[in-house]
Design a protein around this ligand. Structure first.
Ligand code: DGT
Ligand code: CA
Ligand code: CA
Length: 572
């Protein structure tokens, strides 16, 4: 699905250039290129692989854009876009989410009125300053005002990968400061929620000003929004906002406990404190005015009669009762994973060859992988028909025979079609080592149809697992309407595994669904769905989702050796 991502990047470049007032031809070139990619039936990765390209000859794609596409396919990033994002304040881009406000009008608001975010825009509209601008008028001003709440809502939450990468970079940077002792991320990011509203970082220091100066000078920071004696709020260039709180060492554990949340979890902790004649807040645990604990989280939990509770479980969904009874699960860890059962190669829409993917997986310590390219229905991703699939498997076997230290299964990610049949016939599916069945199209069908499709796939004796079961894309595509009780029961009855797809755009199953799947005794697999060799980096996010579901190593099938894993497969 890389075409769509590159098209989106080109459109964003065009928006940013237009806001900057760049040459109209240049802007149009990016928009034309984006449109061509959106409508392209072959994958760009494939076209690139053909000697002589083919890419450059497409309408709207010249040498320049072809080179840029190559960079995105190879590195997953477009440096020019990163640069532009640094130049144009994120809040200015947010204004594009208001219906009727295109880049040209946004540029005027930015340049003439100096407006750099939605709050300032609201104020300017309310003060009737916008309607005085050329080309705006009263009606437009009113429409903008009405569009602001939606635009604010849409930009509110960030993918865990975006939040985590920023948080880790900032924590690392603060650690460089000699006056800073401990530093850690707290809040939803530490709980590894799938999206974060903002970042919360805690540091210990006797020189809070130095820590705040250091943060303000970080190149990731766009703007300091507020600064007090011990707290600073900044906005990063990515748009996510971040609170830094500087606390004394004796309060660090209490502050970590308090600001990690969740709020629902903390309410119960506070109640337990009161029952024991104590008070817990972000400064410590107190009996009357006397400080009794707070240096570590362990101490805080011990004061309320509990063992340390892993942050991923702190949602008041039963973890406190388990902790009380000494029955907290020993949560799965990234290093427990031995195999990855969902990934793509250049045979469909991946960027790397079978061998490159296998080498990369091996370098990361995986012992086995399944290559699962797309089936033919996904023509945009160059999906495979039976003949191409058999040829692909022959190539996989060749690599498998040549390589030591990693096993490779001949797999397929087979679409479950809108009419509830499988995209490939049983004769070819029965030859696979491993079949992941998935919904890609028709996700908006009514529940009965969606269930018919899932149940048919589960009953198919060749299907080993259902991949990204709900089909949701975080932030922008809702899940299919699934009757989970029926779904889980069927998967359990037929010995079909269910996936936690580790892509930070998906994280599907989610935490609650994965916990329910476990309770039905269904083996869970955590897969990266890698489309290039960097894709394996996402494994941590899938494991974090599993931890939030309370899963242990034993609950996850691909923590087993290949032999152990195959035993689970054979239970079908
Ligand atoms: P987010 O940012 O929406 O993804 O979620 P959090 O959990 O990071 O929430 P945030 O940033 O508003 O606050 C960080 C933590 O601080 C939160 O998880 C618990 C704690 N906290 C914030 N406000 C309150 C409150 O009113 N009561 C209690 N007990 N804790 C709070
Ligand atoms: Ca937060
Ligand atoms: Ca916060």
């Amino acid at each position: 699905m890389q075409n769509q991502q590159i098209a989106a990047a080109f459109n964003e470049v065009a928006d940013l250039l237009e806001i900057q007032g760049a040459n109209a031809f240049r802007v149009r070139a990016y928009r034309n290129g984006a449109r061509t990619l959106e409508n392209l039936s072959e994958s760009v990765a494939d076209l690139l692989a053909v000697p002589g390209g083919g890419l450059e000859s497409l309408d709207g794609i010249g040498k320049d854009l072809a080179a840029k596409i190559k960079v995105v396919v190879e590195t997953g990033q477009l440096p020019q876009l990163e640069e532009l994002r640094q130049q144009v304040p994120h809040g200015v881009v947010d204004m594009l989410r208001i219906p009727g406000l295109g880049p040209k009008k946004v540029a005027v608001l930015f340049k003439e009125l100096g407006i750099t975010d939605l709050t300032q825009l609201k104020e300017a509209c309310e003060a009737a300053r916008v309607s005085e601008l050329k080309g705006f008028g009263k009606k437009t001003e009113q429409a903008i005002l009405e569009g602001i709440p939606h635009a604010m809502e849409a930009g509110k939450r960030f993918l865990i990968s975006v939040a985590t990468e920023a948080a880790e970079a900032i924590v690392e940077d603060l650690k460089q400061l000699p006056s800073v002792g401990q530093v850690s991320v707290a809040g939803s990011c530490r709980r590894h929620k799938e999206t974060c509203g903002d970042l919360d970082i805690l540091a210990t220091s006797d020189n809070s000003a130095a820590a705040m100066d250091r943060l303000a000078a970080n190149p990731l920071v766009e703007k300091v929004l507020a600064r007090g004696d011990t707290k600073q709020r900044v906005r990063l260039r990515s748009g996510i906002e971040l609170d830094l709180r500087v606390v004394p060492p004796e309060s660090y554990g209490a502050a970590m406990q308090y600001f990690t949340g969740s709020k629902e979890h903390n309410i119960v902790i506070r109640r337990r404190a009161i029952e024991r004649g104590l008070k817990v807040n972000e400064y410590g645990v107190f009996r009357g005015d006397e400080y009794v604990a707070g240096q570590t989280e362990d101490d805080v939990y011990a004061a309320v009669g509990l063992p340390f509770i892993p942050p991923e479980l702190r949602e008041n969904r039963g973890e406190i009762e388990l902790a009380e009874a000494g029955k907290l699960p020993k949560l799965i860890e990234v290093t427990d994973i031995q195999g990855d059962l969902h990934m793509h190669t250049t045979a469909s829409d991946g960027a790397a060859t079978i061998r490159e993917m296998a080498e990369a997986a091996k370098a990361r310590g995986l012992k086995y992988i399944a290559i699962t390219d797309h089936s033919k229905r996904v023509s945009m991703a160059n999906g495979l028909d039976a003949a191409r699939l058999r040829e692909h498997w022959a190539n996989i076997r060749k690599v498998r025979d040549e390589m030591r230290g990693i096993e490779i299964l001949c797999g397929i990610e087979c679409d479950i079609l809108e009419d509830a049949t499988m995209d490939l016939d049983d004769d070819v599916l029965s030859e696979a080592d491993w079949v992941v069945a998935v919904l890609h199209y028709g996700l908006k069908q009514p529940r009965e149809q969606i269930m018919q499709r899932l149940l048919n796939a589960i009953r198919n004796p060749n299907v080993d697992a259902i991949g990204h079961p709900t089909g949701r894309m975080l932030v922008n595509r809702p899940a299919a309407d699934i009757d989970f009780t029926t779904f889980f029961k069927a998967a359990a009855d037929h010995g079909v595994m269910l996936e936690i797809n580790a892509s930070p755009y998906r994280l599907d199953l989610d935490d609650i669904q994965a916990a329910a799947a476990k309770s039905h005794g269904i083996p869970i697999i955590i897969d990266t769905d890698s489309h290039n060799t960097n894709g394996f980096d996402s494994l941590r996010y899938g494991v974090d989702q599993a931890r939030r579901a309370g899963l242990t190593k034993d609950d996850v099938a691909n923590t087993r050796t290949l032999a152990g894993f195959k035993e689970l497969m054979r239970k079908k």
